[in-house]
Design a binder for this molecule. Structure first.
Ligand SMILES: NC(=O)c1ccc[n+]([C@@H]2O[C@H](COP(=O)([O-])OP(=O)(O)OC[C@H]3O[C@@H](n4cnc5c(N)ncnc54)[C@H](O)[C@@H]3O)[C@@H](O)[C@H]2O)c1
Ligand SMILES: [Zn+2]
Length: 662
């Protein structure tokens, strides 16, 4: 590359990153994914290092973030609020540890903390009272957000310390709150927030603290300035004593192996934490040593952020196709330029419904932000660059089913389009695929391709045919042999003894997922009882809402469903609730409803299994009808609600005792 090309590249990178900074810090509306920002940033940093003569004065590598944007009063930080140098690479992390070791002369104690993905704030207490709270701003000057910080219920307004002290922490919004807020916005047709961080940043800057209080802001404090303590760890303990929220995963250690272990452990917990983290911060513990190592203009030299792989990434939208699901719902699917995200290659993402395409104004050619959350299927969050878009609308509303050309209809609320042709091949294929899937009847040897072939060859028409397949014909088919035909036969046979909840789930009733199927199964003794249940009986069940009740009621009266159920009955498929959780059991938890909340000593799924094995129903919401709330440490709103409603609250240990009792 020639010098003038290099100069141009530095200019372009600087401009692009400055634009990204403004979007991210001032408007809380990022135009690229963090991982991409970090990559471009490093590229610029290394070019600037090689060609310092081309580095621009307004380079993002020289500053923390753009100036504040002005609606709130400003405040000069006494100690600058710095950024952190970051790495995605364990080898680089080790280099940092080695450098520190070298400069200090021995391997010091470090504190490893989750890096909460929120917004940094500085909080001043004076005469024992919360006096003022300020955003980081550009690191030197921040904005006064005291009115909004006061809405954080976990943060005490008074502490038993009269000296003037400064606490720093990360304000965040829990995933649960974020999810609810976005759901409400979706219902109202408003644009969605990209992630909890952006929402927290926007909420902090609200002028009206009542609106801010509705967002449910929370905080983890991670630094204490102006105290007598000798080390960071001591400071953390001090603020914990004052009842300021401190993250309970923080760890003190003085060996490399343990640092690596903590990184691994917290990584495994990451998706189950109630808040977003984007990595860990590793800090030298002792203040004298911190001082010895010093700071640069942008970040301290005694700390580093180790970032986990991103869960969001940007890529190009190639086109939008239509897919017909097992219930006939026609969903638009984003076909993407393949991109690596959290260990797998993503080339498709769901778009849920047609409204969403319009709301997000998606067009082929756009660069979109996609996210892999708790669900397996990634989703499109938003358009982040529309420069090379094609003007054409990506899809027009279909007039007929894209799979069978049959009649389609809108649902009552006008959100989804459905193919209503009972013979639609796409519906049948997906219904069978769902029926045999692992969480449903768990029949192995019937992948999507095989089902397609069986449908084509007329071996299979619908779910009911699964129990009288022509195995002689199958064993003579291409790619099959007597062995695989026999395996298929035994897998089909075995599935006849499955539990009732599996069968209910397998029927593929709209709005009946695995959990709802379990709830239904535990409320009825048999499939026949469920089939004859009235709408009123269904709606009386905890956690079964109107939409689900009406879907169950109507689906089970659909002629195709009736004939499938009859075929399954003839095939001897189990329709009954197993005896273990029927009335004969005298287990203490039998038939009881349970909700888990707070931090438990083992993964929540394990406890849920225990509860179900004891005949209990696991719910997610607290209501007056709930029998037990099992509360772990740090339980919050659910615990309060249970208190108010007079629900029995038990500890993890008490729960385990109940489980083992008869
Ligand atoms: N997507 C974009 O367009 C875009 C634009 C600008 C910045 N960014 C992202 O932001 C990063 C730089 O932002 P930054 O300087 O605000 O933050 P940072 O990632 O460099 O880290 C510093 C911040 O970490 C936070 N933090 C959380 N937990 C902490 C703990 N336990 N101890 C200490 N600090 C803790 C604090 O807010 C602190 O200010 C970039 O690396 C990039 O990923 C993205
Ligand atoms: Zn169709």
């Amino acid at each position: 590359m020639s010098k003038s090309q290099l100069r141009k590249q530095i200019e372009e990178l600087t401009a692009k990153l400055n634009q990204a900074d403004a979007a991210y810090y001032l408007h809380n509306d990022p135009i690229m994914a963090d991982a991409q920002y970090d990559m471009l940033y490093r590229e610029l940093q290394s070019l600037e290092m090689q060609y310092p003569e081309f580095a621009l004065l307004d380079s993002p590598t020289m500053r923390i973030s753009p100036k504040v944007n002005g609606a709130l009063p400003t405040f000069n930080h006494r100690t600058p609020m710095l950024s952190l140098s970051n790495t995605y690479d364990l080898i680089e992390l080790d280099e940092f540890l080695k450098r520190v070791h070298r400069e200090i002369g021995y391997f010091p104690t470090f504190v490893v903390e989750p890096k909460i993905d929120g917004v940094a704030v500085s909080i001043h207490y004076q005469d024992g009272k919360l006096h003022q709270a300020v955003t980081r701003g550009d690191g030197a000057i921040g904005e006064d957000i005291t009115h909004n910080i006061r809405t954080i219920r976990s943060l005490p307004l008074a502490i038993p310390e009269s000296d003037r002290i400064e606490v720093r922490g990360e304000v965040y919004i829990s995933r649960e709150n974020f999810h609810h807020i976005n759901l409400r916005r979706q219902e109202q047709g408003e644009p969605l927030y990209a992630n909890p961080r952006n929402l927290a940043a926007g909420s902090l800057k609200l002028l009206d603290s009542l609106s801010a209080s509705r967002r449910g802001l929370d905080i983890f404090c991670y630094a204490l300035l102006g105290s007598e303590e000798k080390s960071h760890w001591q400071s953390l303990n001090q603020i914990k004593e004052w009842n300021l929220p401190v993250n309970n995963l923080n760890t003190k250690t003085n060996n490399v192996k343990e640092i690596h272990q903590v990184i691994k452990q917290i990584h495994e917990m990451r998706s189950r934490l109630p808040y977003d983290i984007d990595g860990l911060v590793i800090k030298v513990d002792h203040y004298d040593l911190q001082q010895l190592l010093g700071v640069t203009a942008k970040s301290p030299r005694y700390a580093v952020a180790y970032k986990y792989e991103a869960l969001q990434v940007s890529t190009k939208l190639i086109e939008i196709t239509l897919q017909v699901g097992r219930t006939g719902v026609i969903t638009p699917v984003a076909e993407l330029e393949p991109v690596l995200l959290a260990g797998s290659t993503i080339s498709r993402a769901t778009l849920h419904n047609f409204d969403e395409i319009i709301r997000k104004d998606l067009r082929p050619g756009d660069t979109v932000l996609i996210e892999k959350g708790g669900d397996v299927i990634p989703k499109v969050i938003k358009v982040i660059d529309s420069h090379s878009r094609q003007d054409a609308l990506p899809v027009t509303l279909p007039k007929a089913c894209p799979a069978c050309d049959g009649h389609i209809e809108w649902t009552e609320n006008g959100v989804h389009l459905y193919c209503i042709n009972p013979g639609c091949p796409a519906k049948r294929k997906n219904a069978i695929t769902h029926f045999v899937s692992r969480n449903a009847m768990d029949i192995s040897g019937l992948g999507e391709k095989v089902i397609e072939r069986f449908l084509q060859d007329g071996l299979l028409n619908d779910i009911g045919d699964l129990y009288h397949l022509d195995y002689d014909r199958i064993s003579s088919m291409d790619g099959f042999g007597p062995k695989s035909a026999e395996n298929l036969r035994s897998s089909v046979e075995k599935s006849r003894y499955n539990s009732l909840d599996r069968l209910i789930f397998a029927l593929g009733i709209r709005h009946v997922g695995k959990k709802t199927a379990q709830i239904l199964a535990s409320n009825f003794n048999s499939l026949d009882q469920l089939v004859s249940a009235t709408y009123e009986e269904l709606i009386k069940i905890d956690e079964i809402g109107e939409i689900t009740a009406s879907s169950v009621y109507r689906s089970l009266r659909n002629p195709r469903m009736i004939s499938i159920i009859e075929e399954l009955r003839h095939a001897g498929v189990n329709f009954n609730q197993e005896t273990k959780s029927s009335q004969q059991s005298n287990h203490l938890l039998d038939g009881k409803s349970v909700v888990f909340t707070g931090k438990l000593s083992r993964p929540r799924a394990e406890f849920e299994q225990l509860a179900q094995a004891a005949g209990a129903r696991v719910l997610s919401a607290v209501s007056a009808k709930l029998d037990f709330l099992v509360a772990g440490s740090d339980a919050g709103s659910k615990l309060n609600k249970a208190h108010q409603l007079g629900v029995s609250i038990i500890s993890e240990e008490e729960f385990s005792q109940l489980c083992s009792s008869e």
